[in-house]
Design a protein around this ligand. Structure first.
Ligand SMILES: [Zn+2]
Ligand SMILES: [Zn+2]
Length: 274
């Protein structure tokens, strides 16, 4: 069985002590690919270059870079230019993000978040990269911006990561061509609303992720999350959809490979193990 962790932050200092072991045990458990997402202060280039270095070092790791809505206030013309150059410098950078809106924390002013969100969708389009979206307490505004900005010819598609909205939001996102990724929080007892959304997501539009080190799924809730635990979310969702876990693994892996056009890369990485 092959799983993909479609969104994690194993560049984070939470993994400084054992990053290589974490990557290795994920691989041994069947998590053969992961997308590591760079976040943080846009003016601190190291936040993003270390993610690209990690992807360059491991065949089965890919990188996404972009400025998180929390850090919208740190985004300026200079950081923009440096990030664009970084994205162009490595074939392992396969997405732009996470970008979006977070009105739960409001670490950056909402209007500025919207402006930087739109700006970064245009950058991704210019680079021909798909986008990874983060949205919290901003369902309406996120859908509004995506509907306006993503219909263009050079839009390469997007992933709504760590889906946290309503079924209605999921429906709107599917309508504008997004695929939807569920994290460990879909396994939480009280997350009935997320499961209502999961119910309407077609299997060929579904991804799974950890968002590690955050949001560990049951039975690891409260602990540091790591890519291997994506298997718990896969088991949970398989059960929810009435599928064998093999089927869910196969479908979500295929969705990831198709979306990023990575089938060859997976073959190479699995063969390298032999
Ligand atoms: Zn996020
Ligand atoms: Zn994230």
């Amino acid at each position: 069985m092959i799983f993909v962790d479609s969104h994690c932050h194993i560049d984070s200092e939470a993994f400084d002590a054992d990053r290589d072991e974490v990557i290795e045990r994920a691989r041994e458990a069947g998590v053969k690919m992961m997308l590591v997402v760079g976040t943080g202060d846009a003016a601190d280039f190291e936040n993003f270059s270390r993610v690209v270095r990690l992807a360059e070092k491991h065949e089965n790791i890919f990188a996404s870079i972009g400025v998180h809505p929390h850090d919208a206030k740190t985004f300026d013309a200079e950081s923009e230019q440096r990030l664009i150059e970084l994205a162009r410098s490595s074939e392992k950078v396969i997405a732009w993000g996470e970008i979006g809106l977070d009105f739960y924390y409001d670490h950056s002013p909402p209007e500025l978040q919207k402006e930087i969100f739109r700006r970064q969708i245009k950058i991704a389009n210019e680079l021909n990269l798909p986008i990874i979206i983060h949205s919290r307490d901003a369902d309406v505004e996120t859908v509004e911006i995506l509907t306006e900005e993503c219909g263009t010819e050079n839009f390469r598609g997007g992933i709504m990561h760590c889906f946290g909205g309503t079924a209605e939001m999921a429906e709107s996102l599917l309508n504008v061509g997004f695929i939807i990724s569920f994290a460990g929080n879909v396994t939480f007892k009280k997350a009935e609303n997320l499961r209502d959304a999961a119910r309407i997501v077609p299997l060929d539009k579904l991804l799974i992720e950890t968002d590690a080190p955050y949001l560990a799924p049951i039975p690891f809730r409260g602990k540091r999350n790591e890519p291997m635990f994506v298997i718990e979310t896969a088991k949970f969702l398989a059960d929810f959809y009435g599928l064998e876990v093999e089927e869910l693994a196969k479908q979500t892996t295929q969705n990831f490979l198709d979306f990023f056009r990575l089938s060859l890369a997976l073959e190479k990485s699995v063969n390298a193990e032999k």
